[in-house]
Design a protein around this ligand. Structure first.
Ligand code: IPM
Ligand code: MG
Length: 368
């Protein structure tokens, strides 16, 4: 297959991890006989520095013309202490989502058994947790009318039935392929938009009789996530609740550096590691590339390259099993971002073979 893939490295460790993701894409193309045409664009603080805009028109055009694009991270400490700055890196991300209609943010959370000692929760609470968050991404309070009055300020939260239905369909379908359980998180005891979510999802449930639908208020959900994360399968929620809940969810497995995400809509999709730009690690070759490589697996799924995606996930599992990981996972691992990427690529090329790890460590592999 021939596909157009946008590459948006962004800020901080973004370029380092995206480099590894692209290596994996190249390897998959070669192995399965695909042609990936890449175009690279600036986004975030680096784009502001280069062009004055966090999302230059050329970058938006690259994404619009792509079948999918890989996104690193955005954010730079120089903007952190000034939330009133007129131009900010985050504006690039929000504009990308809105302009491309990326209405569904999908974040799978997997508690890897070998990493449970890194979880902030007790091991027995987290072991076996495996769920996915479907967060609405282009509506709600993020994109409602906002402004100042003489007395104060306002941010309006609005949702249409159509906006709720399109993401709810995706979440129901995901549940059908999983444990057939959908939890809608809202604040229907207080908010009118939440009541609309509940009504709409409740009505749609008749079309998915195999799926068990549960409703949880967001405050209770935040607590349940800590008390018993294993109870969840597919979580569906609106934009702001999803922002908060998905960050909470991301740390319970102890493996922030491993979690990918997808933001999809009608055509192209954006695939990005959920960790941020991690400025302290920039340029040190210590950032974990696995979240980006697993985002590549989600990108391949989006392109209907299902076997290819499975292959990438297997390669990642093998690198975890062999302890070929960056220092965030194992303090004394001694392996850098590029070495972990090389190991995964090597597995894709040569499969499981005795001594692969040693060969990589010694720089003896044929692909480095
Ligand atoms: C996220 C981030 C963004 C959001 C910020 C950077 C605008 O927190 O992707 O979750 O709030 O959506
Ligand atoms: Mg967030």
């Amino acid at each position: 297959m021939k596909k157009k893939i946008g590459i948006l490295p962004g800020d901080g460790i973004g370029p380092e991890v995206v480099r590894e993701g692209k290596k994996v894409l190249d390897t998959i193309a070669e192995k399965y006989g695909h042609t990936f045409e890449y175009e690279t664009g600036d986004v975030g603080a680096v784009a502001i520095d280069n062009t004055g805009s966090p999302l230059p028109d050329e970058t938006l055009a690259i994404c619009e013309n792509s079948d999918a694009f890989l996104f690193g991270a955005i954010g730079d400490p120089k903007y952190d202490n000034d939330p009133t700055a007129k131009v900010r890196p985050e504006q690039g991300l929000l504009k990308l989502r809105k302009s491309l209609g990326l209405y569904a943010n999908i974040r799978p959370v997997t508690a890897y058994e070998s990493l449970l000692h890194m979880s902030p929760l007790k091991k027995d609470r987290v072991i076996g947790a495996d769920f996915v968050v479907y967060r609405e991404l282009t509506g709600g309070i993020y994109f409602g009318e906002k402004g100042r009055t003489k007395e104060g300020a306002f941010d309006h939260c609005t949702y249409s039935i159509a906006e709720i239905e399109r993401i709810a369909h995706l979440a129901f379908k995901a549940a059908l392929n999983r444990k057939k359980q959908l939890t809608l998180i809202d604040k229907a005891n207080v908010l009118e938009t939440s009541r609309l979510w509940r009504e709409t999802v409740g009505r749609m449930a008749h079309d998915y009789p195999e799926v068990v639908v549960e409703n949880l208020f967001v405050d209770n959900a935040a607590m349940q996530m800590i008390q018993n994360p294993k109870q969840f399968d597919v979580i569906l929620t609106e934009n702001m609740f999803g922002d908060i809940i998905s960050d909470e969810a991301s740390v319970i497995g102890g493996s922030l550096g491993l979690l990918p995400s997808a933001s999809i809509g009608n055509k192209t999709g954006m695939f990005e590691p959920i960790h941020g730009s991690y400025p302290q690690a920039t340029g040190k070759n210590i950032a974990n590339p696995i979240a980006t490589i697993l985002s590549v697996a989600m990108l391949l799924d989006h392109l209907d390259m299902i076997d290819e995606a499975i292959d990438v996930r297997q390669a990642v599992n093998y690198s975890l099993k062999m302890g070929m990981v960056t220092p965030d996972i194992s303090a004394d691992s001694g392996y850098g971002t590029d070495r972990v990427g090389d190991f995964i690529v090597n597995y894709l090329v040569e499969g499981e073979e005795e001594g692969t790890r040693e060969n990589i460590s010694l720089g003896l592999s044929t692909i480095i």
